[in-house]
Every structure is written in structure tokens, then in C-alpha cells.
Write a protein that binds this ligand. Structure first.
Ligand code: DC
Length: 220
């Protein structure tokens, strides 16, 4: 069974998806990490961020291996490196190219075909796994998302930091939602969960309950 979790930056997708996978005994795939790894490869190889074809070739040629909680690029563990600011700044531009999306789609669909899995991203319910029996669209207010991002990055919760983080998130949402190639959008059959006033555990429980109602764990 596939559990698809989509939503904007900072809505808590990674934390929630990981916990849902753990509770259900499923594997977990963070697809944002794949796009981030291509962005890192582009930075390091000096590929023009506007050259979709070159970036598509780069995505296809880069050995990206999501391995549990870690991400490998070739033999190198890039888990922490792909969270740094230069990669975060570039990744929306890189991920907008259809050639890049096509190359990574194959990798994601291979993972999706491998059994019980929670997949988290922007277009899982719409493009990667449109047939997933459980589709969740996680949201939260921009300020709440900025607070969570600050906590994740270990930054102070002062007004200036929150303002800057909120602006970054809103800018990235706009880029992700307005790109022509599989934009960030809620699938018509996805359940929207606004997590602004929910605890992490309540969100996880709600999704686990939906997955169980859809048959997760039956027959094991
Ligand atoms: O979830 P994240 O912040 O790590 O994602 C990084 C970027 O990758 C995000 O700006 C949009 C892009 N992305 C995407 O286009 N499609 C996905 N399925 C996952 C991420």
C-alpha cells in the first residue's frame, strides 16, 4: 500500500511521514531529498540552473540512493549537506524543469512499486502515485510553518527570523504551485489536514487511522 503525503514547505510532512511509516511498519521516501540532491550536484558541477536538458541529464546520471534516513549521492552521504541554504535556495528552480521531474519520476515510481511505503513530496498524489489509496494534503499557516522551520534549524523565534523564514516559505510555495510541470496542488481525492493547531501525534494518529481503514496491516 502507498500512503501519499503532499503539502507546502514546512507543513511538517517529513516528521509526520516518518512517524506514520514507523507506526505502520512501512518504508519511507522523502522525495524532496531527491530534488535537493540534484540541486547539490548542479551546484558542484556548475550546471546552469536554467538549462533543463543539462539538468535532466545530470539527474539521470546522478546515483541517488535514499537509504533509511540517509541520502547517498554515489558513495557520499549528503543528508546534512542538502539541507544547507545554498541548496534550499536553488531547489525550486531546479525542480521546476520537466526534464528533471521526468528523471526523478522513474526513481520514485520504482520505490512506489516496492511494497508498503509512505511517500512524501509535492506531487505524489497527483503525479507519482495517483492511484494511492491514502492521500493526505498537509497544510499549516505560514507563520506556524516558519516557527517549525526555525525549530528544525535551531534558529531563535524572534520576529526578524520568523519574518524572513515566512517570506522564504511563501516564495517557495508560490514557485512550487505555479510551475507548469506537476505543480504543488491538492489531488481532488486527497484529504486536507490543517495542522496549525494540531500536535504532531494527533496528525500521525489521524493518518494512521485512515491507512488502517484503507486496509494497511491487514493480512500480515
Ligand atoms: O520538501 P523539501 O523542502 O525538501 O523539497 C525541496 C524542493 O523540492 C521543494 O521546493 C519542491 C521540490 N519538490 C518537488 O518539486 N516535488 C516533490 N515531490 C518534492 C519536492
Amino acid at each position: 500500500m502507498i500512503v501519499a503525503i503532499d503539502g507546502p514547505a514546512g507543513a511538517g510532512k517529513s516528521t509526520v511521514a516518518r512517524a506514520v511509516a514507523h507506526a505502520l511498519g512501512f518504508t519511507y521516501l522523502d522525495t524532496g531529498a531527491l530534488y535537493r540532491t540534484v540541486a547539490l550536484a548542479a551546484l558542484e558541477k556548475g550546471v546552469d540552473p536554467g538549462d533543463g536538458r543539462a539538468l535532466g541529464d545530470l539527474a539521470a546520471a546522478t546515483a541517488i540512493e535514499p537509504s533509511g534516513d540517509r541520502v547517498l549521492m554515489g558513495a557520499r552521504d549528503v543528508t546534512e549537506r542538502i539541507r544547507e541554504a545554498d541548496v534550499t535556495e536553488l531547489v525550486s528552480v531546479i525542480s521546476a524543469h520537466p526534464e528533471v521531474r521526468g528523471a526523478l519520476l522513474r526513481l520514485q515510481q520504482k520505490a512506489a512499486g516496492s511494497g508498503d511505503i509512505v511517500i512524501e513530496g509535492r506531487d505524489i498524489g497527483t503525479a507519482v502515485a495517483p492511484g494511492a489509496p491514502v492521500k493526505i494534503f498537509l497544510t499549516a499557516s505560514p507563520v506556524e510553518r516558519a516557527k517549525r522551520r526555525a525549530a528544525q534549524l535551531g534558529l531563535p523565534l524572534d520576529d526578524a527570523t520568523l519574518k524572513e523564514l515566512t517570506e522564504d516559505l511563501v516564495e517557495r510555495d508560490l514557485a512550487d504551485a505555479t510551475r507548469p510541470s506537476s505543480p504543488l496542488t491538492k489531488a481532488p481525492d486527497a484529504t486536507e489536514v490543517d495542522t496549525t493547531d494540531m500536535s504532531r501525534d494527533a496528525v500521525v494518529e489521524a493518518i494512521v487511522a485512515r491507512a488502517r481503514a484503507a486496509g494497511a496491516g491487514i493480512g500480515r
